[in-house]
Ligand binder design. Structure first.
Ligand SMILES: [Fe+2]
Length: 207
């Protein structure tokens, strides 16, 4: 079985001006799909890689980086997790998640500013991320196709800061993209769900 492009959990025009249908057409339909197609092409040439889950192959190929297959696999996982972390309906963190945010950062506004700073400050392509470490929230970033799935991370949320994520709607202004997404389009219910430590499994798929 080959890896699949996961369907988006919302319509491509659901985000209005925050993220356009054209962005989804290119970002999900072209970029994310290209990583899936290339990974399947590379796996088809090597029987030892077949039948393993996306997560298993990421852990395997991470050891031999720089690795062309790792880059495709990392990007499949990262994009799959990224889409799940977005919501066209504005949501707010509540309950245990809000308590952890206040404990770790003082307020939701502070967390948003820290994530935005990580997103804007990350040089070139990569991912800003919110992880759970020892029961506390932690903001970090991953470069290029590196992924929480290659590390012993407990991911809660990732934000794509590759230029292809924002160039259609925000041109070169990464800060405006990060601000709009973080303030208006985060699926905080998904973030809260990942407090169970099973975030890595939510963007996995069988080989
Ligand atoms: Fe992307």
């Amino acid at each position: 079985m080959a890896f699949q492009l996961p369907p988006l959990p919302y319509a491509t025009d659901a985000f209005g001006e925050i993220l356009s249908a054209e962005t989804f057409h290119f970002h999900h339909g072209k970029h994310h799909n290209a990583y899936v197609l290339k990974a399947n092409e590379l796996i088809a040439t090597n029987p030892e890689l077949q039948g393993k889950s996306l997560f298993e192959l990421i852990r395997l190929t991470a050891k031999s980086r720089p690795d062309e297959l790792f880059n495709q696999l990392g990007q499949i996982w990262n994009h799959s997790f990224y889409w799940l972390g977005l919501s066209p309906q504005k949501k707010q963190p509540t309950g245990k998640l809000l308590g952890l945010i206040n404990e770790s950062f003082g307020s939701l506004d502070n967390l948003v500013e820290k994530l935005k700073g990580e997103a804007v400050g990350h040089f070139a392509s990569g991912w800003a991320a919110l992880n759970l470490i020892d029961g506390k929230l932690d903001v970090t970033s991953y470069h290029d196709a590196d992924t929480p799935a290659a590390h012993d991370a407990r991911p809660l949320l990732i934000l794509d800061v590759w230029e292809h994520a924002y160039y259609i709607d925000y041109r070169n202004v990464r800060a405006s993209y990060a601000e709009a997404i973080l303030r208006h389009a985060i699926n905080w219910d998904f973030v809260a769900q990942n407090l169970d430590g099973l975030g890595l499994t939510r963007a996995d798929q069988p080989g």
